[in-house]
Each structure stands twice: as structure tokens, then as C-alpha cells.
Design a protein around this ligand. Structure first.
Ligand code: URA
Length: 237
């Protein structure tokens, strides 16, 4: 098995992150540092270490849904020492990592797992799953702006794929609109950039669904394990 797939299957990191680990010289096979990304592991015989820790294929796979509060990063650590979503998973002993990311200021549905293969699949540009957001934005959208949003916009020289948008309401007193937005891509700060591109900057943003998986009654800052049905659904995408 290719080394990055092996590391992902052990639940240590996604395939992409596994490649970074290799390039950062953190991976050894039978005591020797691995440099080629195409290295093939013999699952029966080889002993693989990541950061000095031996890894194996029989790790328990866990699938968590967290309702992320605003003010948390989705990486394990950052240079500003801000709080990480991992700090909220008090009794999860497996080393899980987020499926995609949410901005520091965004709240809502975040999946975390140590199943690197599923992460790879769900975040691959070829079959990125539909994500639903509720956005509070400045101002009232015109028909023209809604049409442009739906058909795709230029952000950072990139044309976004067609997206779905519904105006839930417009509050005339506060001059803000509540929108339901569905996109399947996952570019950095995409919803914020798309709303800015039609001159309606985001004031607050929350993700409420990924495909058919929804927050249900998971409260802010809390988490739950996905049901078997939900895991099978994600694997079938
Ligand atoms: N789009 C954004 O702009 N931010 C997020 O956190 C997710 C999607």
C-alpha cells in the first residue's frame, strides 16, 4: 500500500497531511527515514513510525459531529495560541482531525474523524459534498445579485460553481438579511468571499448541514458520535 494511504488508514492523518508528514521527515519505515511519496508499505512486515510513534492498522475508527462555537480554530494549534476545537472533545482518546475546516469566526457543524480515507474522499474536489450555511449579511439582496450568486462569481480569480441561495428574511430596521446558502466547493472563506463579491458582507456564519447530516439538537460547544446510518451514508457518497 502506498505510504500516504497506509498512514491515513491507520487514522493518523488525511492522505494529504500524510504527504506533508513525509516531506517534513517525520515518517520512518523499519527505522529508515522515508523521502519518496510513492513508497510502498508491506502491511504484514513493515514497521511504520510517525513522529517516533509506531502506528498500526487496527486503530478504532471514530466519527464525531461537533457544533463548533465561534472563536475556535479547526487546526490543532496555531501561532497565536488560540483555542482549538480539539480542546472541546474531552473524552475522545483517539487522535481525530477535522474533515475540511471552518473559519475561526464561523460556528456550526464540523465532522472530525481518524478515518483518513473518508476525509480524503469527502474533501476531494471531485466529490465535495453539499454544505449548507446560514449567513447573516448586511443589506437587502436584489434579484440581480441573487442571480449572480446562483450562477457563480469571481473570487480571487476563480469562478465559483453554481450555488444555491434563499433569502429567509430581510430585517428592515437592522438592514440585515438572513440567507440559506448551499455550496459544494470548499475554497478558503468561500461563503464570506461570495457574499462580499455581491456587496453584502457576512456578519455571522453558521454551517448547519453537510449533505444529509444535520446538527439536529446538538448544542453549541457539544458533540456526538455519528450513527452507523450516518457513517454509512458518508461512505456511500
Ligand atoms: N465559507 C466561509 O467563508 N467560511 C467558513 O468557515 C466556511 C465556508
Amino acid at each position: 500500500m502506498r505510504i500516504n494511504k497506509y498512514i491515513a488508514s491507520c487514522g493518523v492523518a488525511s492522505r494529504r497531511k500524510a504527504e506533508e508528514l513525509i516531506l517534513n521527515k517525520k515518517v520512518k519505515v523499519n527505522g529508515k527515514l522515508i523521502e519518496e511519496l510513492s513508497f510502498q508499505v508491506d502491511e504484514q512486515k513493515d514497521s511504520v513510525e510517525v513522529d517516533g510513534v509506531k502506528i498500526s492498522l487496527d486503530e478504532n475508527l471514530v466519527y464525531i459531529l461537533l457544533n463548533k462555537p465561534e472563536g475556535y480554530i479547526t487546526t490543532v494549534k496555531d501561532q497565536f495560541d488560540r483555542k482549538s476545537v480539539i480542546d472541546l472533545l474531552s473524552d475522545i482518546k483517539e487522535r481525530v482531525f477535522p474533515v475540511g475546516r471552518l473559519d475561526y469566526e464561523t460556528s456550526g457543524l464540523l465532522l472530525l474523524t481518524n478515518d483518513g480515507d473518508l476525509t480524503y474522499k469527502l474533501t476531494h474536489p471531485k466529490h465535495e459534498i453539499d454544505k449548507t450555511y446560514i449567513a447573516m449579511v448586511k443589506g437587502q439582496l436584489s434579484e440581480e445579485e441573487i442571480k449572480n450568486f446562483k450562477s457563480g462569481l469571481y473570487i480571487d480569480d476563480y469562478k465559483t460553481a453554481p450555488a444555491k441561495i434563499k433569502v429567509v428574511y430581510y430585517d428592515k430596521n437592522k438592514d440585515i438579511s438572513k440567507l440559506e446558502i448551499k455550496i459544494h466547493e470548499g475554497k478558503n472563506r468561500q461563503v464570506r468571499k461570495m457574499c462580499k463579491a455581491i456587496n453584502h458582507p457576512v456578519l455571522r456564519l453558521k454551517r448547519v448541514a453537510m449533505g444529509k447530516i444535520t446538527l439536529n439538537d446538538c448544542k453549541i460547544g457539544e458533540y456526538r458520535h455519528l450513527t452507523e446510518e450516518e457513517v454509512n451514508y458518508l461512505k456511500s457518497i
